[in-house]
Design a protein around this ligand. Sequence first.
Ligand code: GAL
Length: 818
Amino acid sequence: MRLLKSISFFILLTVCFSGLAQAQSREVMELKSGWKFTRNADEAAYRSQYDDAGWETVSVPHDWAIYGPFDKEIDKQTVAVTQNNEKVATEKTGRTGSLPYIGQGWYRQKFSIPASGKNKRVILLFEGAMSEPVVYLNDQKVGQWNYGYSYFYFDITSYIKNDGVNVLAVHLNNPDQSSRWYPGAGLYRKVSVIFKNEESIDQWGTTVTTPMATTDLAKVNIRTAVSGENVRLVTEIFDPAGVRVVAGQTDIRFGKEFDQNFLIKDPKLWSPESPNLYYAVSKVYAGNELKDELKTRFGIRQIEYSPSTGFSLNGKTRKFKGVCLHHDLGPLGAAVNVAALRRQMRILKEMGCDAIRSSHNMPSLEQLELADEMGFMFLAESFDEWAKPKVKNGYARFFNADAEKDVVNLVRATKNHPSIIMWSAGNEVPDQHGAEGVKRAKWLQELFHREDPTRPVTVGMDQVKATLQSGFGALLDIPGLNYRTHLYEEAYRVFPQGFILGSETASTVSSRGVYKFPVQKQVEKQYPDNQSSSYDLEYCSWSNLPEDDFVLQDDKPWVIGEFVWTGFDYLGEPTPYDDKWPSRSSYFGINDLAGLPKDRYYLYRSRWNKEKETLHILPHWDWKGREGEVTPIFVYTNYESAELFINGKSMGVQKKNNTSPQHRYRLMWMDVKYEPGTVKVVAYGNDGKVAAEKTISTPGKPYAIKLDPDRRTIQADGEDLSFVTVSIVDKNGNECPQAANQLKFSVKGAGKYRAACNGDATSVEQFHLPTMKVFNGKLVVLVQAGESAGPIELVVTGDKLKEGRIKLSSTASSAINK
Ligand code: GAL
């Protein structure tokens, strides 16, 4: 249990402005530790007197299913996936990750009201609960919510005991066949209790928009819904440096809402490159008494979509260099973790990515905060199903009754994030067919507009022909095409919007460090080892290679960007091995499930990251047994041409050209024969001069374990993580790309071993056990900080290998590199 005093920082400012200082007006108590959890309790578990002594003690965010074990039988679905053009049902084993998410779970938490919270209005806020949460407090049912991805809250004032212990119980239920991917299970996002006065700002009651935003002037409109009589609102706006730039007060309400407009001169605009953030402090007074105070962060930016200029941010046309992300964090499952999210976004930023689509549901609030801070544009999605189902027990069961409140909560909870530049009302919904679906699309879009008139709405469409004919695509603000690169031209001609968004692109498949021969384009190719080739030439019947999208993005001014499927591998949906055990996670990622880059990372980086050089060689050069055999070499680079040398001998110069989409974006030497030694690539600039060089060598035998943490100092908050990349190297420090050693991990000091992941989609080793095999020479260990500061040591050992040892530390100071 942790008490966050949202107010103390502002007391001084309050004094300066109004001459009034008051005691705390609002407190947030996050319910973190000390939860009791079980999967096997009866219905009476909601009662205060229920004996939960035998239950597990857990912290929230919590995902009960991620600890496994993986099991082929879990959620085995014998289905034909019609979206994937399948006609015949086959047994799908890893579709939802083969992890035990199905079934019922109970969580219970006991808490007392802090003295300052007594006799206040009390709100209980869930940022996501998987799924169908039913909430009880002190033996009474408070409410329920069906969709596992929604944020929702209940006013629990009439249920709470001001004195003594309150017992909160939450029941969750995950039916089988309720998802197309691993959904996670449990209270996987934050739960908090908010105490506030009667006279206070409503939950999600502040709405900040910037109707005008230029570098000279910005108009900031703030609407604030406030409860209570005879109240007055004071609003102060602070710039990114924390300096108060403008303030105003009012006692005129329109219904429940105050409506204030501010002028900010020379505003610092928000963009992915300069993610400047302002914040508003809203204070509610009754007479001279401060009753509530709330800080709302926002950005000043202007978005526009038009046939003549496509998408523009702050007046400049740009195309989304985006990725789709599922919500799971690999070895952490669905349990939200800021350090893991931040690491993902650092990796994406380095690739030059500037946008994220939360496929196919509500993003975590933590991820949106990071997007605001680190500079990512966000396409916030809501549903993967409307009224027509994709899976037997999916959201279609709830759509008619719940869709409106799910959309309302999505928009109200997240609308002030400058990163959000578009809403998505759905992904590849089967409702694309039929008149009812067209009506649903219109209805949903209007709901989004009602809640937020400032952002447009898209739907990711795969049934493009149907939506071209029915009016479904024409009515959307933004026509989003999933794949179907061959239909872009037609869609552009027929749809009235004047532009097309690649709402989902590529779906190329690969396994990190795996290369298959002969090197050729393949559709849904399966190999006996359940891996896909990292020559990046394999895709699905409905999808395509990255370059098919690059061509459209580069040649068609009316294509406004792309969201690649996917930035990182995710649990479940192991296409092209949907029916092959033990595949249990995806192959689509630009990065693997451990967050390690696959070769494709450098292909995207070579065109997206304009600041830095990319010169990447594939495959690795450790091919004992392939001597004399054709082993093509590809180079992903931002340079136009390069020369390749094998053991000093030139293999010729390759130059990007238009003979095929691949030749336009990759340099390829198709006839190289393997011989051990060195591969050197010399890149030439446009002036013909040598611009850069890179060499890779055939390694010797595995000799030692090398450790490389993403951060050496982490926060002593019980949650922060250091991600340590573990590589097997030879005597000279060269990486051994074929190594498959079993390793053991131990952590001493002020931290603990949290999990490991090797990115192998076929591994059934459990993430939280302190041993794992490296996959193609690498894996990642997650070391978690405890709650007290101090030194931490990670030791990694493996048979016949020199051990790896690294010192990390955790600190109480927040002034660390995050
Ligand atoms: C799309 C779908 C995604 C994922 C992807 C795999 O059709 O929207 O959720 O299934 O295909 O290629």
